[in-house]
Design a protein around this ligand. Structure first.
Ligand code: SF4
Length: 109
């Protein structure tokens, strides 16, 4: 076998792996995009004072909330920087608003 045959065969073996990695990454994004938004009225959301719009947080009940704190600058937020919604482990299988807030907020390091 010539050396160039070996390189070509090695390359051809890598192509499906690279394609699978790209598809896996895309399907992960699609899964996140397909997840429903958190309903402010669900039990966990109400317990944690979650609001889709952080300016609507009940400051009397959740005094720890400070202006400027939003899901997008929370350590737990898993959305992409410019996307309006993203996953959060506090609400598995759902997306929270980048402009939202809940009392589990942790300032991003
Ligand atoms: Fe938003 Fe952070 Fe609360 Fe998740 S934990 S809902 S990202 S403030």
């Amino acid at each position: 076998m010539k050396r160039t045959d070996f390189k070509r065969r090695s390359f051809l073996k890598l192509v499906p792996l690279a394609a699978a990695a790209v598809l896996a990454a895309r399907s992960g994004q699609a899964l996140a995009q397909g997840m429903p938004h958190v309903d402010e009225n669900d039990a966990t959301a109400q317990t944690l004072g979650y609001k889709n719009d952080a300016t609507k947080v009940d400051r009397k009940k959740f005094a720890k909330h400070q202006p400027g704190q939003t899901c997008s600058n929370c350590q737990l937020y898993q959305g992409k920087p410019k996307e309006a919604w993203g996953p959060c482990p506090i609400f598995p299988g759902k997306q929270v608003s980048a402009k939202g807030w809940c009392s589990a907020y942790v300032k991003k390091a």
